[in-house]
Unconditional design. Structure first.
Length: 302
């Protein structure tokens, strides 16, 4: 009987020592579960943002003084959509027609559009056009052309959690055989819309040594909606003292993008807010307290 009593006391003592030792494991598992649930809770908080961005432009070259010796044109498009809690949609379309029969004409129509809604989305559409033509210019027939460029940029945002950006650019350059720029026209326009930004987000940069015939520049700022309506018409003229092969280069680009949540950089992909950070934080705290809990349980058991 004394032997059985001592055995039962030993078993009960071992059981009492094992129970405190298992508490850190229980607490660690609880911490992991809490981290996962907190991540799901963050994901489930909707901001219900919605954004619209549009960039459209048209470029026309006409009244060119002669037919080109060679010509080529390319049109490239790209789009991306990324969502976490919401939806994103993109659209792009464009055509570029370089005609040189009885006269030389270049006509391009370019359109990009991005749509999104929810609390985590990113959408971007981009379209770029490139064209070039080589002209044999003589003293008797100087080089000359007329150009027209127009662009419409428009953004609409619903909440402070989102940003919409529309951009449009064009570059015309006339180059000599040494690639020296003789005549040029460049335009870059952008409308960046975010209700939390305090500064003006519309930008228009124009630079040329050609002749501007007329222009219309309307940038209408707003908190949730902004519009840019821009058009320029001008001409190039260049004479030579001997027959020279000149190159006309044309590049255009249009971009629309929407993003939520907003980022300090425009057209930036949304960050991953999937709850990994809360999960890692709770897990780290759990691991930090495990040695202390083990030490305290060992002291209690002794």
């Amino acid at each position: 009987m004394p032997h059985s009593d001592s055995l039962s006391r030993s078993q009960s003592g071992s059981q009492s020592r094992s129970q405190p030792g298992s508490r850190p494991v229980y607490r660690f598992c609880f911490g992991v579960a809490a981290g996962v649930l907190s991540g799901f809770a963050l994901e489930a908080m909707p901001a219900q943002a919605a954004a619209f961005s549009f960039s459209g432009s048209r470029l026309t070259l006409d009244t060119v003084s002669g037919l080109p010796e060679t010509k080529a044109s390319t049109l490239g498009t790209d789009a991306i959509a990324q969502t976490q809690q919401g939806s994103a949609d993109n659209f792009f379309d464009g055509n570029l027609a370089f005609v040189a029969d009885e006269s030389t004409r270049l006509d391009g129509l370019f359109e990009t559009r991005s749509l999104g809604n929810g609390d985590g989305y990113f959408g971007q559409s981009h379209i770029a056009a490139n064209a070039f033509a080589e002209f044999l210019v003589t003293p008797a027939q100087p080089f000359a052309l007329n150009f027209q460029f127009s662009s419409l940029l428009q953004n609409v945002v619903d909440t402070v959690f989102e940003r919409a950006t529309a951009k449009s650019s064009v570059s015309l350059s006339l180059l000599d055989p040494n690639q020296t720029v003789l005549q040029f026209f460049t335009l870059d326009a952008s409308v960046n819309t975010s209700p939390v930004d305090q500064q003006s987000n519309e930008a228009l940069f124009v630079n040329t040594n050609g002749q501007i015939l007329n222009s219309n520049q309307q940038l209408l700022p707003g908190t949730h909606q902004e519009t840019g309506n821009i058009s320029f018409a001008g001409s190039f003229a260049h004479s030579v003292s001997q027959p020279t092969l000149l190159t006309l280069q044309v590049t255009t680009a249009n971009q629309s993008c929407i993003q939520a949540p907003i980022d300090s950089a425009t057209c930036a992909k949304v960050p991953d807010n999937s709850g990994v950070l809360p999960f890692a934080l709770v897990t780290a705290l759990g691991l930090l307290f495990i040695p202390r809990l083990r030490n305290s349980s060992g002291i209690a058991g002794s």
